[in-house]
Ligand binder design. Structure first.
Ligand code: FAD
Length: 538
């Protein structure tokens, strides 16, 4: 072991999608990152099969939109079938794309993960080491000292922060005393089979709620297909017979040649959430912090949300625009949201994939009735059962009310730029904070007084919410809401400012005369008291 530990800003343990996303998010804002992965090379085994619109929006913010689109099948839905094979509901998501991307996108997990890995090549400040295992850490007020073991033996690194994105069996979770997690094993075994050369051509996933053998068929790109079958408690499958067992189950759909099997395995799913996602300078993200059955397809998505949430906060603390108080909002924001996702996943498994014939009959009857009720039809058809991206406490100024803008993820419209072309709002904001002036006069930004906006390095943007051209202003960008999406979400805030966080949640909305009150509150949340000497003078 070398005598003086090497120094780094952030050590990330785990080269799965969560760790790689966090490395990209930190890398693009200049943070020095070391990511270690114990496996000798990139994992080629698929697990997740779909990502949602929030995930694709994160890829966009990481500058990886085009690459992600090339490995995704966009705009797919899910058909849920009942006990007799009848269609219960077709979940397709809303007609409009509130976040600028299709609500459901099928992916090949390794290809998607590779996009994230390749994205890191852009950042000389990010180092990735395979075949390198995290062993141990100690932390004090000054930082974390971590030991990692690779080909060159054991090395010590000193870092400001450690992210444990080390998956469901996280050592880091154990080390920070978050074992056991809250929740339980989802007491079912499922056979998961990934194939190629498949003839399916449906542009939707199929969940078959047949109580004899609930199953899921998810058609991917380029002849790929995922099959998941419930394994009965009394079915004992020898390892050598796994593919034979899968061949029998998949027979109604296709013949299976050994060369067509990409992965065949049996999973027992879990529904678990850590009570705290951090201790001091150590943070959990992704499966290390939570695990859920895959029926809502939200495990990877939730890990990406963790990465997006945590990264901007760590970067803000490291670059001095926030104090460490900000970091306490990570658990406060992410834990309740991901707990809601876990509950949804368990409920979907229990209802749609039930083995109980009586419950399956009641479910099918309820869906048949709900088809006649337009509101219920929209609820299921537009997949409104998925918890919306919204935080109720954390880095927010003001109350987060159920339909109000504070704490909600801001929509992403196409905008008309002052140069007369279309763009996406997020691309205009960039990776940091955006301060949007909604239908204000052109002097609105010039009248702002607080130094907090410089501290947060906000991108100032005038937005015309109606069908006028973008304003002509000198001190800010000017855009017009081309889709009307912003007007729908934030139309009640005309004449006001809206602060959008780097992870695209609305942190504050205020009339110009409330600037100083909101700035004080933001400064308190950031842990950076604004002194009089810092005030901007006109
Ligand atoms: C059958 C199935 C279907 C799924 N479908 C979906 C879906 O459709 N949509 C969705 O969103 N999610 C889905 N999921 C969930 C999703 O796959 C996971 O939530 C996601 O892959 C977790 O990513 P992660 O980066 O947090 O963890 P992981 O991918 O598990 O990565 C953790 C990494 O840490 C490494 N590691 C562990 N310990 C150490 C150490 N000591 N030192 C160095 N490295 C270490 C591991 O080798 C691993 O590479 C599904 C899961 C399953 C099983």
């Amino acid at each position: 072991m070398s005598s003086a530990p090497r120094a780094i800003d952030v050590l990330i343990v785990g080269g799965g999608p969560t760790g790689l996303a966090a490395a990209n998010a930190l890398g693009q804002v200049g943070v020095e990152v070391l990511l270690v992965e114990q496996d000798p090379s990139f994992a080629e085994l698929p697990r997740a099969v779909s990502v949602d619109d929030e995930a694709m929006r994160l890829m966009q913010s990481l500058g990886l939109s085009n690459a992600a689109r090339q490995v995704a099948l966009p705009g797919t839905g899910t058909k849920f079938f009942g006990a007799r094979g009848q269609l219960l509901v077709y979940g397709q998501g809303p007609d409009r794309m509130p976040f600028g991307h299709p609500v459901k996108n099928l992916i090949d997990h390794p290809s998607f993960q590779r996009v994230l890995l390749d994205g890191l090549k852009r950042f000389p400040n990010v180092t990735v080491r395979y075949a390198t295992r995290f062993e141990h850490f100690e932390q004090d007020v000054d930082g974390v000292t971590a030991q990692i073991a690779g080909d060159d033996g054991v090395e010590e690194f000193k870092c400001d922060y450690l992210i444990g994105a080390d998956g469901g069996r996280s050592r880091i979770r154990q080390a920070i005393g978050q074992e056991p997690m809250a929740g339980s094993a989802f007491n079912e075994r499922w056979l998961v089979l990934d194939t190629i050369n498949d003839q399916h051509d449906e542009r939707f996933a199929m969940h078959h709620g047949c109580p004899r053998r609930p199953r899921v068929v998810i058609v991917g790109r380029d002849g790929r297909c995922r099959y998941e079958f419930l394994v009965h408690d009394d079915e004992q499958i020898e390892h050598d017979d796994l593919v034979g067992f899968a061949t029998r189950l998949v027979a109604p759909y296709r013949t299976l040649e050994p060369a067509d099997v990409v992965r065949c395995t049996i999973y027992r799913f879990y529904a678990l959430v850590a009570r705290e996602f951090s201790q001091g300078r150590v943070f959990l993200a992704g499966d290390a912090a939570h695990m859920m059955p895959p029926f809502a397809g939200q495990g990877l998505n939730s890990g990406l949300r963790d990465a997006a949430n945590l990264s901007w906060k760590l970067a803000a603390v490291l670059n001095g625009s926030a104090g460490s108080e900000l970091l306490s909002t990570y658990t406060a924001e992410r834990q309740p949201h991901v707990s809601a996702m876990v509950r949804l996943s368990v409920r979907m498994g229990a209802v749609m994939m039930t083995r109980h014939r009586g419950r399956a009959w009641i479910r099918d009857f309820a869906f048949a009735v709900s088809k006649r009720l337009p509101l219920a039809g929209r609820f299921f058809g537009e997949m409104r059962f998925k918890p919306e991206p919204r935080y109720t406490e954390g880095f927010l100024v003001g109350r987060s009310e159920s339909r109000g803008p504070i704490g909600a993820m801001a929509v992403q419209p196409r905008v008309l730029t002052s140069a007369g072309s279309f763009a996406w709002l997020d691309d205009e904001i960039g990776p940091g904070f955006g301060l949007l002036a909604l239908d204000t006069d052109s002097e609105a930004f010039a009248r702002l007084r607080s130094p907090i906006w410089e501290r947060l390095n906000v991108v100032k943007i005038h937005i015309a919410l109606d069908d006028r051209l973008p304003a002509r202003v000198e001190d800010a960008a000017a855009l017009a809401d081309a889709d009307g999406l912003l007007a729908d979400q934030l139309g009640s805030l005309r004449g006001k400012f809206v602060l959008v966080r780097p992870d695209r949640y609305v942190a504050a909305a205020f009339a110009p005369d409330r600037e100083s009150e909101v700035a004080d509150r933001l400064a308190a949340l950031l842990g950076i008291p604004l002194t009089v000497g810092e005030e901007v003078t006109s």
